[in-house]
Design a protein around this ligand. Structure first.
Ligand SMILES: Cc1ncc(COP(=O)(O)O)c(C=O)c1O
Length: 423
């Protein structure tokens, strides 16, 4: 039998060629809504209810005010993700060994432009912890080097530094960040007070995950740059929640994740290293083949969750359609909506600074005479409001985090709950 006939017989044809789209315009609903997210929509509850119906499918069994863990991805992202899973599975290694390389380049280029950086300065990782470990362990800190950090930094990053302290004999100098700072200068002086000629590195969390406090990252970096201190910025919560480009931070090293506010499915992060600093990092995962200035030398961690990576452009289009400026405004409006009222309830203390430059979606509170554990339990059991306990240096608080799909009616339920519990 002729080969052509055989191919026909087993049913192979043009339709079985890989067809994976990473083109962002692939979502009709996003095209339809483009241009509707104007700056006057911040307080327009009808608009946001229509948006919720169109873009989200969340459980109606409870009110989710714990969106700090990860961001529920919107429907267009979910549909693209499912499609990408099906396609990768269908075309298998044939796709992975051919067109995937081109597709991932497009993903990286898009993400770099969204972040305001060059594609050669970006590495897609599995999460923020991986990106930040590549940085922390890559700096090759030596015995006697000093690092400044605080107990409200993310625990995994603290553990990485604690591990290096045991392994290499670096010294960790912890400062205490006030819950409600007086000024940026007060914060900077706390860092300056403990710095010495041996200070090599600062771990700086852009938005503190426990309370939502935003740190004056650029000012701290500018203050320490002249003495050559390397600042590693943990932007896990600020990326795509606040309207900024990574270069605005003035940082050489940044780690973020894409499954929180960027709203990509769980399991993606990003590492940024300023081009001329790549050579200063030692690979965490074995690599001897790449040039010392090539960021890929840091990315030898094996196969990524490909369907997830291919979904990044749709998540990006979602953020670009909503616009980061309106997203930031709306999230801050929701936070201010409940914190303003909660702080006027007797026995309730809001433990987040609520001025616009110091916080956005995340905020926390406590009730005098009631353990945070009990507040979280009762808010859920009695009012079906889901929140989470966060451990500060020496006390616990309740963290409340609305996302774009939440509305003020849900925050009214939260406030009713807080009022009843405090009373
Ligand atoms: C401030 C901060 N840094 C880092 C991380 C770790 O992120 P990932 O789970 O993507 O590694 C988190 C996660 O909640 C976080 O809040």
């Amino acid at each position: 039998m002729l080969r052509r006939t055989l191919l026909k017989k087993i049913g192979l044809g043009v339709s079985s060629l890989p067809f994976l789209t990473v083109e962002a315009g692939a979502s009709p609903v996003l095209m339809e809504w483009k241009g509707r997210f104007t700056s006057d929509k911040e307080k327009d509850e009808d608009f946001w209810k229509e948006f919720r119906d169109q873009f989200y499918e969340v459980s109606g069994d409870f009110i989710n005010l714990e969106n700090g863990y990860f961001g529920v991805h919107p429907k267009p992202v979910h549909q693209a993700y499912v499609k990408n899973i099906e396609k990768v599975n269908r075309f298998s290694s044939q796709y992975m060994r051919t067109d995937y390389y081109k597709d991932v380049q497009k993903v990286v280029q898009g993400l770099a432009s969204f972040s305001g950086i060059n594609p050669e300065e970006l590495l897609i990782t599995r999460n923020a912890t991986e990106a930040l470990n590549i940085l922390i362990q890559g700096l090759d800190l030596k015995k006697g080097d000093e690092v400044i950090l605080h107990r409200q930094d993310y625990h995994s990053m603290i553990e990485t530094f604690e591990m290096l302290a045991r392994q290499k004999g670096i010294h960790l100098r912890y400062i205490r960040i006030p819950l409600i700072p007086e000024s940026d200068e007060q914060i900077i002086s706390l860092y300056r007070e403990v710095s010495t000629p041996k200070t090599r590195c600062i771990l700086l969390t852009h938005m503190i995950h426990l309370t939502g406090q935003i740190m004056p990252v650029k000012k701290i970096i500018d203050s320490f740059k002249p003495q050559g201190v390397d600042v590693i910025v943990d932007a896990a919560h600020s990326f795509a929640q606040l309207d900024f480009k990574l270069t605005d931070l003035g940082a050489d090293f940044v780690g973020v994740n894409l499954h929180k506010w960027f709203s990509n499915p769980l399991g993606a992060g990003m590492l940024y290293v300023k081009k001329e600093r790549i050579r200063d990092l030692k690979p965490l995962f074995g690599d001897v083949s790449k040039d010392e200035n090539n960021i890929m030398k840091l990315g030898h961690f094996g196969t990524l969750a490909t369907p997830n990576v291919l979904t990044i452009p749709i998540s990006q289009t979602f953020n670009e359609t909503v616009t980061l400026s309106l997203k930031e405004k709306r999230l801050r409006y929701l936070q201010n909506y409940w914190t303003r009222e909660a702080s006027s309830i007797p026995k309730v203390t809001v433990t987040t600074p609520t001025t616009p430059e110091r916080s956005c979606a995340l905020a926390s509170f406590k009730i005098e005479g009631m353990e945070a554990k009990e507040v979280v339990k009762q808010l859920y059991d009695r009012f079906r409001v889901f929140t989470v306990i966060r451990q500060l240096e020496d006390e616990q608080v309740v963290r409340v985090t609305p996302n774009l799909y939440n509305h003020t009616g849900e925050l009214e339920v939260l406030l009713e709950g807080i009022e009843k519990l405090a009373g």
